[in-house]
Design a protein around this ligand. Structure first.
Ligand code: T3D
Length: 270
């Protein structure tokens, strides 16, 4: 059992709920450890075919406020700052980067239901997911600049690709809240949903994805993720290779058979 998160695996969907609502689900050491442990469970369940989609969300009025800053407060003392302060590079290397790498590499779709404010690393963790739904009242803020930090958790990679350099710089340097509706209009997220509908919509989307051709979806995810750094020639070669793999799956065979027989396909994720 977990203390700082809730985790369940049911009908092919793993659900991970950040659960420190009084701190807007910001990350302390315990939550980092538990998220990592839960994702290890997810990876194992993906391997066995028991998990075919992951849903990430938060409890309470926030999605995630990034790093818990009460773990970072140091009293000012004489001398140069630096040696008396926590090594943030260590924290990034140990926790945030592996988390982003895991979500990105996970060979099942990751749905994020942003139930409220997503700030700092919390915003960029959401953006690292594959399909991001946000409650109409939710917002995204690259809060880092306001405390003298740099967007992390992939933000400096993701933002310019999703909204262009001008908007990325505005978001990163000002740290203002971007409404869910603006985030949708800018192409930062998949869709805005009315607050009261978010839970059901997100669960429905994850449940739907868990019945789809899982291996095909994993290959789509890989192709789109790699497109960020590939030139067209490389991407065309990648599409050839991935299509070759997709074309050897049982779900592809089932998809074509169901189409020809004018019936609904029954995908097994194989
Ligand atoms: O350090 C490293 O490991 C490096 C990695 C860094 C990654 C990062 O994420 S750095 C960025 C850290 N996050 C922030 O700077 C965001 C800080 N929070 C805010 O700016 C605001 O709280 C929000 C914009 C997210 C929400 O504002 P609002 O007005 O809706 O809520 P609030 O009143 O500010 O917050 C509610 C409570 O949550 C409040 O506690 P209280 O007064 O009721 O006892 C607030 O202090 C607490 N809270 C919110 N965010 C954090 C937090 N406590 C600790 N850490 C937080 N990040």
């Amino acid at each position: 059992a977990y203390d700082t998160i809730e985790f369940s695996l049911r009908d092919g969907v793993a659900t991970l709920v950040l659960n420190r609502p009084d701190r807007l689900n910001s990350f302390n050491e315990a939550m980092h450890q538990e998220v990592r442990q839960a994702l290890t469970e997810v990876q194992a369940a993906v391997e066995t075919g028991d998990c075919r989609a992951l849903l990430l969300t938060g409890n309470g009025r926030g999605f995630c406020a990034g790093q818990d800053l009460s773990d970072r407060a140091v009293s000012p003392k004489d001398g140069a700052p630096g040696d008396d302060m926590p090594d943030l590079g260590y924290s990034i290397e140990t926790y945030y980067n592996p988390l982003i790498r895991t979500l990105t590499a996970l060979p099942v779709p990751v749905v994020c239901a942003v139930n409220g404010v997503a700030a700092g690393a919390g915003a960029n963790i959401a953006l690292a997911c594959d399909l991001v739904l946000a409650a109409r009242s939710a917002s995204f803020t690259q809060a880092f600049a306001k405390i003298g930090l740099v967007p992390d958790s992939g933000g400096t990679w993701q933002l310019p690709r999703q909204v262009g350099l001008a908007r990325a710089k505005g978001l990163a340097m000002l740290g203002d809240k971007l409404s869910a509706e603006q985030a949708e209009a800018w192409g930062l997220i998949w869709r805005v949903v009315d607050d009261e509908a978010l839970g059901d919509e997100a669960a429905g989307l994850a449940a739907h994805l868990a019945t789809q051709p899982t291996r095909g979806l994993a290959l789509i995810k890989q192709a789109l993720n790699e497109s960020g750094t590939n030139d067209l020639d490389t991407q065309l070669d990648l599409e050839r290779d991935l299509q070759r793999q997709a074309g050897r799956t049982a779900d592809y065979r089932e998809g074509v058979a169901a189409f020809m027989e004018k019936r609904k396909p029954e995908f097994k994720g194989e």
